[in-house]
Design a binder for this molecule. Structure first.
Ligand code: T5A
Length: 218
């Protein structure tokens, strides 16, 4: 497993936030956005799958529950199709202008959900990652981690479940384990946050992490 590849373009950083359903990504991305604003750091906030009109259409296709069984390979290729468009249209242009990119999920989610959750293994994903991204990787991955049951209970409170949220609990255990394995394999790139804590404490840990990431740039 390779270590991080810093996207050293005008010192702008590519940050991603990852975790199982209901872990608090949306809540904490709002917090991180405010933190970046307070530091006077120019940033853009985006998400995967999605982030461009075409990729958002693919997101809708991927997340909508449907009667037809979605083939795992078709799902995997759609994730990378959306990602290719997103990287070229949004992520790289922002970094090239010195704008930090804060992204709700990226390729680590593919390793976790398709590789772990869908049991596809990691080799095909590594090949597609290389094909679509070359050496391009996030500079820092903030992994919000909590027990699956806690996250699913939080997610269930939001109402209608999307196609992924309808999976059985075992799927999310495999997703979580894949994320934790990747964090162990890439210690310089992953920042693990205990998301089971009260929100205030989660955000203290995130602020500490952001200060360390910023210190690397200055
Ligand atoms: N996917 C994605 C793949 O399979 N492969 C891929 O390659 C990619 C990129 C995308 C789906 O696509 C899949 C994974 C996903 O299933 P999504 O919208 O990114 O969907 O995923 P969700 O997990 O559904 O994201 P959400 O934004 O909807 O949920 P969050 O962000 O995890 O949770 P959030 O912030 O809405 O919080 C949930 C609830 O918990 C509370 C919040 O107030 C909220 O009510 N909460 C807390 N409560 C107590 N203590 C805390 N510390 C709390 N933090 C939050």
């Amino acid at each position: 497993m390779t270590e991080s590849k810093i996207n050293n373009l005008n010192n702008a950083r590519f940050l991603t936030v990852e975790g199982v359903e209901g872990v608090g990504k949306t809540t904490n991305i709002t917090f991180i956005s405010k933190w970046l604003e307070e530091q006077g750091i120019p940033y853009t906030h985006t998400r995967e799958p999605g982030g461009t009109p075409l990729a958002e259409e693919l997101r809708s296709l991927l997340l909508t529950p449907r009667d037809e069984q979605v083939d795992a390979t078709a799902e995997l290729l759609m994730m990378f199709a959306a990602r290719a468009q997103h990287i070229e249209q949004v992520i790289k242009p922002a970094l090239e202008k010195g704008i930090w990119v804060l992204c709700d999920r990226f390729t680590d989610a593919t390793y976790a959900y398709q590789g772990g959750g869908r049991n596809m293994g990691f080799e095909k994903i590594r090949q597609l990652e290389h094909f679509v991204q070359g050496d391009f990787r996030p500079d820092a991955v903030i992994l919000l981690d909590l027990p699956v049951a806690v996250g699913l209970a939080r997610a269930a409170k939001r109402g209608a479940l999307d196609r992924f949220e309808q999976e059985a609990e075992g799927f999310f255990h495999r997703v979580r384990n894949a994320y934790l394995d990747r964090a162990k394999e890439n210690p310089s790139r992953y920042w693990l946050v205990d998301a089971e804590q009260p929100l205030e404490q989660v955000q203290v840990q995130i602020s500490d992490t952001l200060r360390k990431i910023l210190a690397e740039v200055q």
